[in-house]
Ligand binder design. Structure first.
Ligand code: PEP
Ligand code: MN
Length: 352
């Protein structure tokens, strides 16, 4: 950390400043410029966190040199993090192959979940998504089937071999959801629910962490840090669009966040073009942009009959539209130097 002093700082104030920093266990290095004196602080910045340095006499500015996250920082790991989901198909998130996650916004029943899982698996999707507990803007909207949906997800996993990802909204549900799900989803609205982040950090399941509607990339990485600080290093980040003044899409897909995250962190980055677009017709183009920008995979909403969906029908793809998205994605994946499975896993051909 660098402390920039004001041009008129007194020697007493400077001595006092140095004393405070050193009392916190850091060393200091004073740089005297023509106009200003800068105090370089050497050691663990975290020890200065509780001192309001900016309020001390003679301090003009405090400039952190290190990132406010460590475990998630690219420098922390030797290479990119890969997360094996432990399924029979050997799905790995963050590896060479793009990982497609697809399924309904909400689990609405047995038939539709089975049908959707089989349809998306045949096109190359490896992970089944489906909400059991739904974060809805209105308390009167469909809130999900809860435990019944978790049971259906487990049933479809057993039939297809597909790992399942589903959202957990509350610390009190983590144990229950983790007993069914292969990947715990933290929704955009809960990205800064620190108690929930810590709780999933203690669960033995990979976490799909969605970016908050108004969160910066740094805040997303700090949220990941909360999970990782509890010992769970299997965090998959997900860009799903942020809120801007633009109204022609539900959210604005921040494509730039993908290469930014790739530079900043070793964690895999997924993109959810469905919640960004808000309209089915826009999902495929956003998906292509995400792949071209370096995403490690996509999570897409698919429904047997979008017009009858209990949630997010407008942005849900039909089976045909998902098949078309996958075909379109192939050359983009190749151009990005990635592979993209376009069929069900060989060993599971019979099930599919
Ligand atoms: C979802 O994926 O079901 C969902 C609610 O997404 P988000 O949290 O990104 O809005
Ligand atoms: Mn949805």
């Amino acid at each position: 950390m660098l402390i920039i002093t004001t041009p008129d700082i007194t020697q007493d104030a400077l001595d006092h400043l140095i004393e405070r920093v050193e009392a916190a266990g850091l060393r200091t290095h004073v740089i005297r410029g023509a106009e200003r004196t800068v105090v370089g602080c050497i050691g663990d910045d975290a020890r200065l966190r509780d001192i309001a340095l900016g309020q001390m006499p003679g301090v003009a500015d405090v400039v952190p040199v290190l990132k406010p996250y460590r475990l998630a920082a690219r420098e922390y790991a030797a290479g990119a993090t890969t997360i094996a989901l432990g399924d029979p198909a050997g799905t790995v998130v963050g590896g060479d192959a793009l990982v497609m996650m697809a399924g309904p916004c909400s689990v609405e029943g047995r038939e539709m979940l089975h049908a959707t899982a089989r349809a998306v698996q045949r096109q190359g999707a490896r992970v089944l998504r489906g909400g059991a507990f739904k974060p809805r803007s209105s308390p009167w909207a469909f809130q999900g089937l809860g435990t019944e949906a978790l049971e259906l997800l487990a049933e479809v996993r057993a039939a297809t071999g597909m790992p399942v990802v589903t959202e957990v909204m509350d610390t009190r549900q983590v144990e229950l959801v983790a007993s069914y799900a292969d990947v715990l989803q933290i929704g955009a609205r809960n990205m800064q629910n620190f108690a929930l982040l810590s709780e999933v950090g203690r669960a033995q399941r990979p976490v799909l962490l969605k970016r908050g509607l108004s969160a910066t990339v740094t805040e997303l990485l700090q949220a990941a840090e909360y999970v990782m600080a509890q010992g769970n290093r299997d965090v998959i980040l997900c860009e799903r669009g942020i809120r801007t003044y633009e109204t022609s899409t539900r959210n604005t897909l921040d494509v730039a966040a993908i290469p930014v995250l790739k530079r900043e962190t070793h964690l895999p980055v997924l993109v959810d073009p469905s919640h960004a677009a808000g309209k089915a017709a826009l999902v495929a183009p956003l998906a292509m942009a995400a792949i071209a920008a370096g995403a490690d995979g996509l999570i897409v909403e698919v429904h047997p009959e979008p017009s009858c969906a209990l949630s997010d029908g407008e942005q849900s793809l039909t089976f045909e539209a998902f098949a078309s998205l996958m075909r379109q994605a192939a050359p983009f994946a190749a151009a990005a130097g990635r592979t993209l499975p376009l069929t069900a896993p060989a060993a599971l051909g019979a099930a599919a």
